[in-house]
Write a protein that binds this ligand. Sequence first.
Ligand SMILES: [Zn+2]
Length: 113
Amino acid sequence: MHELSLCRSIADLVVDAATRAEAESVTRITLEIGLGAPVEIEAIRFCMPLCLEDTVAAGAELVIERPLLEIRCGACGTTHAATTARAPCPSCGALAGTILSGRQMRVVSIEAR
Ligand SMILES: [Zn+2]
């Protein structure tokens, strides 16, 4: 289950940042997980608090942003936003395209006090 190891690395990163900032506690963690990222969001929501237990970030609010995929059509070159990688091009209807973004996973911000 790779969501668990993903959550562990996010937790490490958050705890590291909080420690460096000499924060008392982390109140909110905002993640950006593109709609095309190959992870189960429910699993992230489940695993994240577990990985943060007994750390400076225990109990932090978890905010997950889901940016749309950006796809460049392989047939006509139009760039469009979509919720899935299989969305047809709005200009020509072609299904083949290159995913430009929307698979990213990153920590956007960490709020601490
Ligand atoms: Zn097209």
